[in-house]
Write a protein that binds this ligand. Structure first.
Ligand SMILES: [Zn+2]
Length: 490
């Protein structure tokens, strides 16, 4: 077990964190050939001479991949360069058949962007994290080290992923805590999903993250030596790995050692980072311009056309929900967590005319039901229109809150409209004074003692009497009307 610094020691230091995030673009075909990008196909079935790196095969850039990369860059507030250059990044690895990755180096697609996050650790202030650059590249294949009966002796290679389009988003070293890094990655994921640029499914490797971490004494200006931590393949691991790495570096420095520049691999089973290799430098890769591809030129007109196609992004939607609907910040955050969620909510508001009630139902009953049946809001068993109508029925006093909660689960069975269930099962609120009058008369006759008490000035007894009417009507009486009628009668 490694020695880790105590929280007291860690508090003397400040961490400096930068993230490199890889996002797989949601194109149907690969970046430089027509092979499908579908996940789960038989090994080595989605391949061709281009993505197998056969001699003489020539790459052709996928236009859709460029458009998605432009959208992502604009959403991250980057300026998109009118000209960018593909470059060969040379290294040898069994799952890299070309012997190089086609990436972008000194002239990337986009630069100088930012992402705003709310820094909880720093008292909830909005913190701006710089985005250094966004560049396009192709993915390598996959080495499979286990799962075969001879896996103790062999590694298998699947090249289906080879040539899948990626963007790499490189941040400035602006983050100071694992929480800020977590928020930054969350925001990136949310934005990419809103844009349909990527599914960002971490389990399938559609969103991957490496971190550069160093520590320095608080107040120091000079940056410490950084280590790169790889394999941060879930949000939970990101936080754990960063906290671990910060504690490791502080312990090392405090015991008189020094941090070496290296690449470390996070192991979630032991919650440790282990040294993988000494850190490579850019010159190790012998970058040079890709001779088989012309420079990528993006006109202002193209950029603007892409910009007009972009949907409203989560940050501005959150603001609008607070401003237009009077939602609390927390509710706005939950209701914009995914594009599907925010669109569902807005449909409920449109159908019900009551944003507060819509927020409560979506975050309460509906979320509970979705969890129960194991579905996402995209295929909710209750349509937004039907939930909106249910809320409208309450507002119109056709049903009360209790009846609405009885009707709600029935709506989930076959997505029936609430009115249909209400009529079929006789679940309407009784606000008809004739029908209520009869029940009230019965309750008055059956409870002479309480009636006397009320008449004698004991106001609170009315609660008991209304309760008797509710019970006699099996919850269908409109309590407001019953209340008023009692007061008139007595
Ligand atoms: Zn191919």
């Amino acid at each position: 077990m490694e020695t880790l610094a105590t929280p007291e020691l860690i508090a003397k230091y400040e961490a400096v964190i930068g993230l490199e995030v890889h996002v797989q673009l949601a194109t149907r075909t690969k970046i430089f050939c027509g092979c499908a990008t579908s996940f789960g196909a038989a090994p080595n079935s989605n391949v061709c001479p281009v993505c197998l790196g056969l001699p003489g095969a020539l790459p052709v850039l996928n236009r859709q991949a460029v458009e998605l990369a432009i959208e992502a860059s604009l959403a991250l507030n980057c300026s998109v360069n009118p000209k960018s250059i593909f470059a060969r990044k040379n290294y040898f690895y069994p799952d890299l058949p070309k012997g190089y990755q086609i990436s972008q180096y000194d002239q990337p697609l986009a630069e100088h962007g930012f992402v705003d996050v709310i820094a909880e650790d720093a008292g909830g202030i909005v913190k701006r994290i710089g985005v250094t650059r966004v560049h396009m590249e192709d993915d390598a294949g996959k080495s499979i080290h286990d799962g075969f009966k001879d896996s103790d002796r062999y590694t298998y290679v699947d090249l289906n992923r080879s040539g899948t389009p990626l963007i790499e988003i490189v941040s400035e070293p602006d983050m100071r805590t694992s929480d800020e890094a977590y928020k930054y990655l969350t925001e990136i994921k949310q934005v990419m999903q809103y844009l349909n640029v990527s599914t960002c499914d971490m389990e399938k490797g559609h969103l991957r993250c490496d971190a550069n971490v160093s520590v320095r004494l608080r107040g120091a200006e000079k940056l410490g030596t950084k280590a790169e931590v790889k394999n941060l393949n879930s949000f939970k691991f990101l936080r754990m790995a960063l906290d671990h790495e910060i504690a490791r570096q502080v312990a090392l420095i405090e015991s008189g050692g020094r941090v070496v520049q290296e690449t470390r691999l996070y192991n979630p089973d032991t919650d440790e980072t282990v040294s993988m290799r000494s850190k490579e430098h850019a010159h190790d890769y012998r970058y040079f311009p890709e001779p088989d591809l012309v420079p990528l030129r993006i006109s202002d007109a193209w950029k603007e056309r892409v910009r007009t196609q972009m949907p409203e992004l989560p940050a501005s939607r959150r603001k609008r929900f607070i401003g237009d609907y009077g939602l609390r910040e927390y509710d706005a955050e939950v209701l914009t967590a995914t594009r599907a969620m925010s669109e569902y909510f807005e449909k409920v508001v449109a159908a019900s005319g009551d944003a507060r009630a819509a927020a409560n139902w979506v975050m309460g009953e509906l979320s509970g039901t979705l969890k129960e049946v194991g579905r996402e809001i995209e295929d909710s068993p209750i349509s937004a229109e039907n939930l909106g109508r249910l809320i409208a029925l309450i507002a119109q006093s056709k049903i009360n809150g209790k009846l609405a909660k009885d009707i709600f689960p029935k709506m989930a069975v076959a997505n029936e409209a609430p009115e249909v269930i209400m009529q079929r099962e006789g679940l309407e609120s009784i606000s008809d004074e004739g029908a209520l009058g009869k029940i009230i008369a019965e309750v008055i006759a059956a409870n002479p003692k309480q009636v006397e008490q009320y008449k004698g000035g004991k106001q609170q007894v009315i609660g008991f009497l209304v309760g008797q009417v509710m019970r006699a009507s099996r919850g269908q009486a409109d309590p407001a009307v019953v209340n008023r009628m009692f007061k008139e009668k007595l």
